[in-house]
Design a protein around this ligand. Structure first.
Ligand SMILES: Nc1ncnc2c1ncn2[C@@H]1O[C@H](COP(=O)(O)OP(=O)(O)OP(=O)(O)O)[C@@H](O)[C@H]1O
Ligand SMILES: C[C@@](O)(CCO)CC(=O)[O-]
Ligand SMILES: [Mg+2]
Length: 390
């Protein structure tokens, strides 16, 4: 997560840009919601929230990817929020969202968006209204969120949205200090200190609760702190991985919704607690083995096949022989097993399986990443594949 702020400018020209990355889950999605380990890495694709002063005592929310452009007089927001809620923002103290405390919010958002709203727009607007009023109170602002990430495709777009928004709002109200040396029209991304990132992360988790229902916290944590991490029951361990990972992400373009998929797995776990528990345990073991492999010094063979390594292809990829190191062979097998188990818990999709079959015909294993049900598929590529072969 990084921030930029137009500084040295009068308050009415203040502008905060906060950006947060998406993530890719290598292993352990869904089971992580039930307390097991997962491994994820931040992606080089970002969501950016831009916050500026508002005009005419109003609040503008512009979400171009969802076709949302709403403007409210602050008085209107006050009416929805004051119901059971003090308009006394405490940005340093993370408030928990409870639907019962916002009885008018659902109907208000629905009515604002109208009948032709894009799926998921209601959750994005609700999360915004919660974060905005809780962190900033009722200040006139104009907020625009744009993203390089596909929305709702398994790459953590919801978490990046919540992290970028939380960070931007916290900086706008002065809870995150940013250095003053930037020129008003220069953008320099600044890293925020760990304590403040932790605050951003906790606010973002509340936003994720609105969008996901029951998030494990892995997505907002990776988006906030970055790097390759192991995540288990809220604890993160940064993995100083020794193995350069190369992967292909294929977007099936099949839309899905993380909240519904997570809820479906929860219901299946209630119907078949022992069987689902055993699958979660197996996924946990896989994630732990992935961690061990990632932390093992790389035995990248530098261009020549060695004993124990497996040939992937010599023809399909041009004149360069493609083979997997022993570590890559093990990782590929774990990816294959993880995908099988994800299919077993009901979150795969025909579009995902057909990609798995196609890559398997090249002896490359794939799995869904994120919530599944469509979205993106991850294919691990051996290190010996040169970028120009794809
Ligand atoms: N750029 C954005 N602008 C507005 N809302 C967004 C944006 N990105 C994500 N969202 C919100 O997040 C929802 C998608 O979240 P969802 O959790 O279903 O998918 P994801 O986060 O991309 O995938 P996963 O959770 O599997 O990693 C959208 O419907 C919207 O509510
Ligand atoms: C499906 C899930 O495990 C990952 C979504 O990216 C949900 C979560 O952990 O919050
Ligand atoms: Mg999400």
């Amino acid at each position: 997560m990084a921030m930029a702020m137009a500084m040295g400018a009068p308050r009415e020209q203040l502008r905060v840009d906060a950006r947060a990355p998406g993530k890719v889950i290598l292993s352990g999605e869904h089971a992580v919601v039930h307390g097991t380990s997962a491994v994820a890495a931040a992606l080089g694709l970002y969501t950016t929230a831009t916050i500026r002063p508002g005009v005419d005592d109003g609040c503008v929310l512009d979400l171009p990817q969802l076709g949302v452009n709403l403007k409210w007089p602050l008085k209107v927001i006050e009416e929805i929020v004051t119901q059971g809620h003090l308009l006394d923002p405490k940005p340093a103290h993370v408030a928990s969202y409870a639907e019962s405390e916002w009885p008018q919010l659902g109907a208000f958002v629905e009515q604002q968006l109208g009948l032709h709203a894009v799926k998921g727009a209601d959750a994005a607007v609700t999360a915004f209204l919660f974060l905005y009023t809780s962190i900033l109170g009722l200040q006139p602002v104009t907020v625009r969120v744009t993203s390089e990430l596909p929305v709702g495709a398994g790459l953590g777009s919801s978490a990046a949205y919540c992290v970028a928004l939380s960070a931007g709002l916290l900086a706008y109200c002065g809870e995150i200090d940013l250095p003053q040396e930037n020129g008003a029209d220069r953008k320099t991304w600044i890293d925020v200190n760990e304590k403040k990132i932790d605050l951003v992360n906790r606010w973002a988790f509340e936003g994720e609760r609105i969008i996901h229902g029951r998030p494990s916290g892995i997505d907002n944590t990776v988006s906030s702190f970055g790097y390759v991490v192991k995540f288990k029951q809220g604890q993160i361990t940064r993995l100083h991985t020794q193995l350069p990972l190369r992967m292909l992400l294929t977007n099936t373009q099949v839309g899905r919704n993380t909240k519904a998929l997570v809820a479906g797995v929860g219901e299946r776990a209630l119907r078949h607690p022992a069987a689902m528990g055993a699958i979660f345990k197996a996924i946990d073991e896989i994630a732990e083995e992935v961690v061990t492999i990632l932390l093992t010094p790389s035995e990248n063979s530098g261009g020549e096949k060695k004993k124990g390594e497996e040939i992937v292809s010599t023809e399909e990829c041009g004149p360069h022989p493609v083979f997997k190191t022993e570590q890559e062979v093990r990782l590929q097998e774990l990816v294959e097993m993880n995908q099988g188990l994800l299919q077993g818990i009901g979150v795969s999709h025909l579009s995902i399986e057909s990609i798995c079959q196609i890559t398997a015909s090249y002896r490359l294993q794939s799995k869904l990443t994120g919530a599944g049900g469509g979205g993106c598929v991850l294919t691990l590529l051996p290190h010996s594949i040169l970028p120009r072969t794809f």
